[in-house]
Design a protein around this ligand. Structure first.
Ligand code: AMP
Ligand code: ZN
Length: 136
């Protein structure tokens, strides 16, 4: 299913031009137009899924293979030192476009970006409680 109001549906299906770095039957990978670093790319399924919760299992099983293929291409062509794979779900988590996408963010020494989180220090009991909640 495509969503006629969704810009990423239009980009993924070629109705709006993009800087495409990979395409197959089910995905298009484009350069982010507000990149964190040089080469920052977005993996877009051609079908509309708002987020990970809506994503089909078929698309889920393919998307990491696409990530791997494109990452390898980036590693060969960009002089990058590392890579963050980021995927946001919900406004609280920083999702601004409600069409599932995976960010591939090449990292360079001293690139000035801060994509990692601040670790906290829960007690062992708190961790057990969280584990039991998720497993309930
Ligand atoms: P998120 O915050 O995870 O929803 O990421 C949305 C990303 O899409 C941001 O990094 C934007 O810079 C990027 N973006 C939004 N519109 C476009 C567009 N038309 N072409 C390329 N990237 C876009
Ligand atoms: Zn869409």
């Amino acid at each position: 299913m495509k969503d006629s109001n969704c810009i990423f549906c239009k980009i993924a299906n070629g109705e709006i031009p993009s800087n495409t770095i990979y395409e197959d039957d089910n995905f298009r990978v484009i350069l982010d137009n507000g990149p964190a670093t040089k080469g920052h790319a977005l993996i877009l399924p051609k079908e509309h899924y708002a987020d990970l919760f809506e994503l089909s299992e078929e698309a889920a099983s393919e998307v990491l293979i696409v990530a791997k293929k494109v990452s390898e291409k980036m590693k060969k062509t960009l002089n990058m030192d590392g890579l963050n794979v980021v995927q946001n779900n919900g406004e609280t988590a920083g999702q601004t476009v409600k069409h599932f996408h995976v960010h591939l963010i090449p990292r360079y020494e001293n690139d000035g970006q801060h994509i990692l989180w601040n670790p906290t220090s829960p007690s062992a009991e708190e961790l057990v409680q969280v584990r039991d909640t998720i497993n309930s």
